[in-house]
Design a protein around this ligand. Sequence first.
Ligand code: NAI
Length: 438
Amino acid sequence: MRQYEVAVLGGGPGGYTAAIRAGQLGKKTVLVEKRDLGGTCLNRGCIPTKALLHSAEAYHQLGSAKSLGITLGEYSFQYKKMARRKDKVVKQLRSGVESLVSGHGADIVRGEAVLTGPHTFRVGEEEFEAEQLILATGSVPASIPVPGTDKPGVLNSDGVLALEECPESVVIIGGGVIGVEFATLFCDLGKPVTIVEMLPSILYGNDPDVCSTMTGLLQDRGVTIHTGAKVLEIQDGLTCVFEKEGQTLTAQGQIVILATGRRPETANLGLEAAGVEAQRGFVTVDDEMRTNVPHIYAIGDITGRQQLAHVATAQGIVAAHNAAGEHRKMDYSAVPGCIYTTPEIACVGLTEEKAKEAGYQVKAGRFSVMGNGRSLAVACPDGFAKVVADEKTGRILGCHVVAAYATEFISEAVLAIRHGLTVEQLGQTIHAHPTVSE
Ligand code: NAI
């Protein structure tokens, strides 16, 4: 039986970071991964989508070349080449992750780990024992219980990212983060896109100004958006049949994308054998990322917190330190959320509504990027920045931005919220001009 001080099961951004940190802390560590290191984020999520979105945005921007004083000849895109570029980016980052993990002394084992007891697991025929375990097996796309989801051409995000050709038209079920990013991708490539969302708006749960601004911008670019729509079935063709305000409507696409959330990948992990408690597949953890079994930790999408790579990474670091004998706690007070639309969306902290619900006397300020020099100079005049503050203390509670580069500069607001800065402190800080961030 192979023996380790720390075993990390699952090699996504949570798991590989935990393994690196455990190695840095001098622990004899093993990282087990059944597919590719880097997990969903690197192989089937954040990175490949951003690579494709960049190609699509560049193509879309060529459409306004004339207004920038550029005369273009004929131009077109080859989706296969865009896909190859995406694969190259992923491959390069993946090899970086592999060398980081082994460079910090952690062993990498390929295969599916199954817990066989509170300290033991097997990978194929091989048995392992570990003093401390960190579960980080992530999530997979969730489907919906309607007829027709098994038809060819009905794809989840994994399927979309594996496409070799650009579909001629797209119907997206689910107007959450994944739905809206794929809508941006195919709309930038000039294809008809329809979003069918069950809730009253797309990106529901974000600041209402974010939802309405993005709805308007996507519609201006030709995306059809149906909200409050209940999908009934997907027929051959592919035709998505849905009910909205008592009427039965249809949307037709060469592909139908299911972007209806993700479910934890814990069904075959052997949680029962280890005595680890879970609810609907999500492992229950405390602020130290500990499960009900004190030497077993869980991090990332399987914990049911925000399913974000950077949350998993932060949890992985906390778990690794605690597995090495510390008592670190997770702090979720300032978690940025970034959505890679055009322009980008970046939010952190409380919305105005949530701040009021939490009992704050709220003061909110909103500035349209129409009045921002850099935004106009880079031909991206759409969007706004909204700061939500506590009127009594001036402390910043939330920041919600739709603007070019928003995902790059939201970290300033994250830092401000994390450290209790006030609007005056932020305002009195000299910001470079001209920037969108100012
Ligand atoms: P989501 O929970 O953000 O959105 C799913 C949407 O589908 C919801 O709006 C929901 O109301 C809708 N829906 C569910 N069932 C439906 C039905 N039967 N008919 C119509 N609409 C239906 O989940 P999503 O977009 O799949 O993303 C999964 C996770 O991945 C999220 O937690 C997200 O944060 C994360 N992610 C993050 C990204 C980022 O940070 N940029 C990018 C992509 C994903």
